[in-house]
Ligand binder design. Sequence first.
Ligand code: CR6
Length: 829
Amino acid sequence: DNTPELRPTHPLALAPVVAPAASVDGFAKQFLQNLNFDQGVTLSTSDVNDQYLALAYTVRDYLMARWFDDRAQQKAQQNKTVCYLSAEYLLGRQLDNNLLAARLTDIATEALAQCGIDIDDLRQVEIEPGLGNGGLGRLAACFVDSLATMSIPAIGYGIRYEYGIFRQAFADGQQIEQPDAWLRMGSPWDFAHPEAAQTISFAGTTETYDDEGVERTRWVPEWNVLAVPYNMMVPGYHNGRVNTLRLWRAVATNAFDLHTFNSGDYVESVRAQTFAENISKVLYPEDSTPQGKELRLQQQYFFVAASIADFIENVLPEDFDLENLPERVIFQLNDTHPVIGVPELMRVLVDEKKLEWDAAWAITQKCFAYTCHTLLPEALEVWSVDLLGRLLPRHLEIIYRINDEFLLEVRERFGDDEMLIRNMSIIGEHPSRSVRMAYLATVAGSKVNGVAELHSQLLRDNVLKDFATMWPDKFTNVTNGVTPRRFLRLANPDLSALITEALGAGWTVDLERLRGLEALADDADFRERFAAVKASNKRRLSRVLEARGETPLSDDHLIDVMIKRLHEYKRQTLKVLHIVSTYEGIVTGRLDVDAVQPRTFLFGAKAAPGYGMAKRIIHLINAVGEVVSADERVQGKLKVLYPANYNVTLAESIIPAADLSEQISLAGKEASGTGNMKLALNGALTIGTDDGANVEIRKLVGDDNFFLFGMSEPEVEALWADGYRPAEFYQRDERLRSAIDLIASGAFSDGDRTVFEPLVSNLLYEDRFMALADFSSYLDAQERVDAAYADQDGWVRSAILNVARSGYFSSDRAMRDYLDRIWHATPVS
Ligand code: CR6
């Protein structure tokens, strides 16, 4: 730090930073100034993007003073900081959230109106930062919101991908991917700090050396890259706090490869250097199915090493005694992506700070905690020893030593049980030598948590069983949560107003207060108003869809929503089979069309670009949708809508309009789900399996207000152990047979039987996620849905009870659980 100490004398330089006046005039003045001096345009020459950027700068200006304060306080105080390490943050649009947090929505709306601008037009131009794939990334975004709102000192660390999750388009019903150039029109919400860059090294070799009589190891890396921090504000809701989300961008160092340089190839050496900038170029688009690619490991090490160095150098006070590190920080590992931080902290402590191994290990074990987000074996990250050793040779040595000492401990506890040793080893041997990152995280972490009760139980009983036997107290649960600010207050303003009128405003930060609505479920007048809100949300969604070129919604339809990543375990195919079966029933006369409840099936889902089966399912949904929606015999009773490019912004329109929430994963496969919580909180009834957080939703809202179907997790296990033969279910259930035959016949592919053949034979002969086994139970549950919806009064009552009893699913509650069970950090005063 070579900044000279400033000795200002000007009175303005001595005064504290103050926000602009919180008034319409104050806002308008600041906005126009930003338009003129930051965008370089006048009001009359500005376009909508200039206006949006100037508006964003203005909101920022109001938050700035608090941000300065909070960062100074964070450095000065002795509180523990929560460092959330996450490769993904699926933030969604920022403008409305920040206006709301800073209580500026009305002032801004009026100030802009007086400038002749409709703030709604500006809202539309914001491109959401899609720096995540799905649930895991969105969860991280909810958590940083809640931490700020609860005044917990916290930093979210991650990667500033230049391209976020791809934009999805459809061509002939099939997914095509387009790059998400979200930064193209400017990024008003973050601040680059190139002066605070960290140098991150890769590859090379290790060597031992004599350090005044002590033998030590050092890493001699081969190349490096700069990690430049970009800070984003994370304002708490109405509490004046502003936390920080620090996302790292890779930038080439100016240390040219001297060899190439001296040999005269200047251009080549610059090219080689800037190659390193690829590290933060693009988000890997796989949700729950990592690919083991070298660039991905580079990304992981890049952001974690930069974050740990940043915390030690810039957040801790100078000359801090690292023995006390666990009192000042907890690094929460959001899944296995940041687990390389474990050997990195060891390397810093042992090689750089010269601590003894045992002391360093004791510190490290207290500084990390690990959240596991999956049960699917293919989602548990492993890195080949070759790759890891090539890219991070010192880290591999450290992992080996951690493993050696850990396995000694296992032997001490359980004897020389070689099978057990092999099963628990951090290094797996089959099919090739690899590092099991979930095991490393479990060994190193002070706590390991699953993300819903059932999931945490299954982690203890299956995936991490031996570890749970060894360290029962290490394992805990924290059920996921969602932020009520974005997903109720902002997404559903009419319902929010109704709730506030009934219960007062406190529910936004104390969501359990929604319980107060229970009594109103029996109030006919309230039910009517609640139903009117739902109807108006449907009209709003209809306008949004129309603006995207989709068909508008029909008024009397039940809105049946399945929004989530496209994954076989989530079973979008089961949903399609229900649609096809209903359609087939109508056209063959098995079902009386007049008795069929009009429904719109609304899908939103992206498939990983390399996931062939998921892409085929997308194609099938679109193909079925086209045929069903157009067939006159259906008389408009069934519509299938699949708007492309489902993202947070679209979710915010769909969720408030939904009547029915489809949570139909095979029991034991969906770790938690969070869309399930958002939908229940907005008054949709769930049709779902006993999986993930559905279990807890059902317990809370009550069986009468939830449509349960399908096998339980133990039943799934039993059927699997028995030898599952899906074709038997096909033979046994006529409705299922007709539906599958109709798909196989080419009815949805212009008579071409080959198009969906791979999908059909997968269902009949493999069906890993047992859609066929749950089909008949699912259809029965859908009949119960129809019957329940026919009684509108009863349905609305259930919808109100869903809202009233979903307060538990606030991410504020999840943060309290993490604080009590894992972090033990306290709010700043
Ligand atoms: N795909 C789980 O599958 C859970 C989220 C957040 C997931 C999902 O059930 O709600 O995490 N897992 O905990 C992973 O990403 C590995 C997800 O989003």
